[in-house]
Design a protein around this ligand. Structure first.
Ligand SMILES: [Zn+2]
Length: 62
């Protein structure tokens, strides 16, 4: 089944992205479908991380 929405909103996803999600010592390596807007937000936040629902996210697993 094709994914038709971004992980964080209802927009159509642009691409599947490797995302590191962390909170304290918890680390999750995920692959998420993101729309252009959310991908850009995450890229802009860089290593500081983009916060959503108490978790920080950045592009790339390292
Ligand atoms: Zn989105």
């Amino acid at each position: 089944m094709a994914l038709e929405r971004c992980e964080f909103c209802t927009a159509r996803p642009r691409e599947e992205v490797a995302v590191l999600r962390w909170r304290g010592d918890d680390r999750d390596r995920l692959t998420l479908w993101l729309c252009g807007k959310h991908l850009e937000r995450m890229q802009k936040a860089g290593t500081r991380g983009w916060e959503h629902s108490g978790w920080l996210h950045k592009v790339g697993w390292w």
